[in-house]
Ligand binder design. Structure first.
Ligand code: WTA
Length: 629
């Protein structure tokens, strides 16, 4: 870092932080800048490979990049077995608290055993290398072992967030052609039961490929079990099928590890594909450097394993580093707004990684709830999922972090697999800025013509060079992969975000420039919400937009054109909201639905959401030359 004084509001790292950190920031940046391939290769060398690679990067078929060519490894082996050979064997890997106060903790040894048993159960259901397995449950330890069990035997997991509902699950089961569904009977959320198995039953009526359903008992309430298709997990786990050891599948670096569906510009959610080798290297090194993780730390990533943040920073990154992770099942403010802080005190959490929407939510309750607890164990904080407004940043820093914890505002995406723009512990911080690209990553901001923007000028955020944990393709749709990410500015990865860079070279993310809406940090597409609306018998056409919201960041607002014969009423509007909740999931329920007589369209019939948005915000809609009427 240069000693030059930075502009604006700056928080310089304290002496305590600099003295303590194990991250050699300067030399990491320097070595990555000098030669990013050697930087990644050096990181890869810190992990276990059954066979080392012949070459780090193959870019001969770009944008279909390949990493660690002919390397053989297994990410689950690196997460568990490697540690079981060391003093970490008896170290706690996972500490878990249920919303109802249930508690579990698993050592690395125990986590490996449970994973092996689970993997044997999956094999007994006929799951083989390359098969897809969908996982649909709440935040319980079995979601972690389910993912690792798949990885161990080379099956490709596809986790569907437990807050999604029938149609979202159906689409993902169908597109991935999953052979097995792992589901919980239910999940606890705010003291109520989310009927996961019931939703799955409905989704399964629409999806044909699933042969077996493995049901994990969490809530223990009455559910339907279909003979011959549905199996209780605990029955199989306690049967001789589930031995304590399980042969590891040796995977090629480029073999798929998982699919994770995410919303894009148009159409259905698409399956982002990540691999064993490159993703492993990326999650391992970003976790280590960004969170300055050391052996004695207890790390809490408060995301859900159903989203990429949970994949990379609850499961893979921390376990690759041999850390102790904490996971909490339920709602942040249940039974009261002190819940999170009570658990930080109780479990001695050192690192908290959360979304701005949660921070803003807690801010509303005032400082007293936080101050009631001793949070002195915290030494580093993280933010992810959406821009953090400076006010929330300052509150997080002062009230939660006691002014001693640096905040790592990490920008990244499902597609990037890992953090791309973020401070390291030694970086001077500016509230609201993710600061600089991670070592080895080159980003830029371009204008409409593809020219680099000036300082402080907004433009398209792009990534200029490949990185190991990048998505490899969109499952079943390589054309769309090229089209969506690599076509707007040839040779560059288009992020879909707009951003600006200040005079100090710090990056400030502004938000999505496409039809993606980030609601409370959750990524949704206008298309999913609109197609759920038009699947209702009363709806002819629908448009969804995101408008700013003080806690959620953005909220969904919809405009609906009714079919002839249907009358506008409050009852119908509520019915439509519920319908979206039932089809997509409660997180997608629109904040408002307005029944309209027409929608602004281009002459070719595309809905101009930008016009609706401008109208709702009372701002100039810009160029209207393509508007039909
Ligand atoms: C947004 C989540 C500002 C951004 C990891 C991105 C952020 C999208 C930040 C990806 C951040 C994520 N500051 N915006 N620190 N982190 N975003 O795929 O719009 O669920 O494109 O991945 O979240 O969302 P996704």
């Amino acid at each position: 870092m240069s000693d030059r004084k930075l502009s604006g509001e700056v928080f310089y790292p304290s002496k305590e932080v600099l003295d303590r950190t194990q991250v050699q920031c300067e030399s990491i940046y320097q070595s990555a800048e000098k030669d990013s391939l050697s930087f990644w290769e050096n990181e890869a060398n810190k992990l276990h490979w059954f066979r080392k690679w012949d070459k780090v990067l193959d870019d001969s078929k770009k944008p279909f990049f390949k990493w660690f060519i002919n390397g053989k490894t297994n990410i689950a082996y690196n997460c568990l077995d490697v540690h079981c050979e060391t003093y970490r064997r008896n170290k706690v890997a996972l500490v878990w608290e249920g919303e109802n106060g249930d508690f579990r903790s698993l050592s690395y040894f125990a986590l490996r055993r449970e994973t092996c048993r689970f993997a044997n159960v999956l094999r007994s259901l006929g799951v083989k290398k390359g098969d897809r397995v969908t996982i649909y449950m709440g935040r319980v330890p079995e979601i972690v072992t389910a993912m690792l069990a798949c990885a161990r035997i080379g099956a490709i997991h596809s986790v569907v967030y437990g807050g999604f509902s029938v149609e979202s699950l159906h689409e993902r089961l169908e597109d991935s052609q999953s052979k097995v569904l792992i589901v919980a009977d239910g999940a606890y959320q705010r003291g109520k039961i989310v009927e996961l198995k019931k939703i799955a039953d409905e989704a399964l009526q629409r999806a044909a490929t699933v042969e077996s359903v493995l049901v994990i008992k969490r809530t223990g309430h009455e559910i339907n079990m279909e003979f011959g298709r549905d199996f209780w997990y605990h029955d199989l786990m306690s049967s001789p099928i589930a031995g304590n050891s399980c042969d590891i599948e040796i995977m090629d670096s480029e073999d798929p590890l998982y699919l994770l569906y995410t919303s894009g510009t148009t159409g259905k959610p698409k399956a982002i594909m990540h691999t064993h080798g490159g993703y492993m290297v990326g999650t391992y090194s970003t976790t280590k450097y960004v969170f300055d993780l050391s052996d004695e730390d207890r790390f809490w990533c408060a995301a859900d394993p159903g989203w990429v943040t949970g994949h990379s920073y609850i499961v893979y990154g921390p376990l690759l580093n041999g850390a102790t992770c904490f996971m909490y099942e339920g709602a942040p403010n249940f039974p009261n707004p002190g819940r999170w802080w009570s658990m930080i005190e109780k479990y001695g959490i050192n690192i908290l990684y959360a979304a701005p929407t949660a921070i803003r939510g807690f801010m509303r309750y005032g400082d007293a709830w936080v101050k009631r607890y001793n949070l002195s164990s915290l030494r580093l904080l993280g933010s992810v999922g959406e821009p953090i407004n400076p006010e929330a940043w300052r509150w997080y820093h002062k009230v939660v972090g006691g002014e001693r914890c640096p905040i790592m505002d990490t920008w990244w995406q499902t597609e990037t697999g890992v953090v791309m723009i973020s401070p390291l512990p030694c970086t001077p911080l500016k509230p609201g800025s993710g600061t600089k690209p991670f070592p080895g990553i080159q980003v830029d901001i371009l204008d409409e013509k593809g020219m680099r923007t000036d300082d402080d000028e907004e433009g398209y955020l792009v990534i200029k060079n490949p990185w190991p944990s990048m998505l490899r393709t969109i499952w079943n749709d390589p054309e769309r992969y090229i089209q969506q990410y690599w076509s707007r500015f040839p040779g560059m990865y288009l992020t879909g975000d707009s951003a600006r860079r200040d005079v100090d070279g710090y990056y400030w993310i502004i938000g999505r420039v496409d039809d993606v809406i980030k609601v409370s940090g959750y990524r949704l597409g206008t298309a999913e919400i609109e197609s759920a609306l038009v699947s209702h018998q009363a709806v002819a056409e629908a448009a969804a937009i995101g408008l700013p919201h003080s806690v959620k960041g953005h909220a969904i607002h919809c405009y609906v054109l009714l079919k002839a014969g249907f009358e506008k009423s409050d009852k119908l509007i509520e019915e439509l909201r519920q319908h979206v909740g039932h089809e997509v999931g409660p997180i997608a329920k629109p904040e408002s639905i307005e029944i309209v007589d027409s929608l602004p369209k281009t002459r070719s019939g595309k809905i101009m959401r930008r016009v609706l948005k401008a109208k709702a915000l009372g701002i100039d809609p810009g160029n209207l030359s393509t508007l039909e009427e």
